[in-house]
Ligand binder design. Sequence first.
Ligand SMILES: Nc1ncnc2c1ncn2[C@@H]1O[C@H](COP(=O)(O)OP(=O)(O)OP(=O)(O)O)[C@@H](O)[C@H]1O
Ligand SMILES: [Mg+2]
Length: 252
Amino acid sequence: MIALEGVSKRYGGQTVVDDVSLALGGEGVTALIGPNGAGKSTLFGLVGRLVRPDAGRVTVDGLDVATTPSQELARRVAVLRQDNHVAARLTVQDLVEFGRFPHSRGRLTVDDRDHVERAVAHLGLEGYRDRFLDELSGGQRQRASIAMVLAQDTRYVLLDEPLNNLDLRHMGETMRLVREMADVLGKRVVTVLHDVNSAAAYADRIVAMRDGRVVADAPARDVMRPEVLADVYDTTVDVREIDGRPVALYYG
Ligand SMILES: Nc1ncnc2c1ncn2[C@@H]1O[C@H](COP(=O)(O)OP(=O)(O)OP(=O)(O)O)[C@@H](O)[C@H]1O
Ligand SMILES: [Mg+2]
């Protein structure tokens, strides 16, 4: 499990993660939702050791993130970052191979190559492997980054807005892949989503943050209520039932 115990993070005078105690990485898919600036990416940064907490402790399978070597951590947790500023002069193949670095340290074995091939195929990137990242569309680049994370082959997968830049078809495909990572590959997936309908359709559990705190944490259906979403987002949200599923309407 990934455990946060009384974790706080401050920037200047602002507390952006505020005394959060939370267990993540149970079976299945967990969606992390909440308004811009709620602290979602910072929370992922704390788990991936990109951000140091001002208070509290983060552990992964009982290992303290503050003292565990990066390589060890990277074999357990893969993080797709929101601000994925990867070097433009890498090819798709290079990037996905980079996902194996915590295992291979640069020298790819047959097993490493196997993981790379499967990840490339999963994301439908076979035709793009020799393209440089700056020669791809935003959505293709996003899929290449997801392939890298998949190739890392960790038990825990944290995806920060994986649907960024994706078209309707690729949003659906990516969410089905997320489901498959959990159901077929047995991974524990935590994903930040702004589209609450994708969260409701594909996640088992929804954790909602607001102002650095967890304000809801329940099975997806229980979070998809007008009063809960109104509280999380501070706006009116209508929820309808379509084919037995809750669907939030936020336009009109
Ligand atoms: N390095 C930093 N220095 C100063 N403030 C920061 C830094 N990183 C994040 N913040 C602030 O912390 C707060 C939380 O940011 P964070 O990126 O975690 O939000 P988020 O929930 O991921 O939002 P979004 O949905 O827009 O991605 C914001 O107010 C942000 O401005
Ligand atoms: Mg963010």
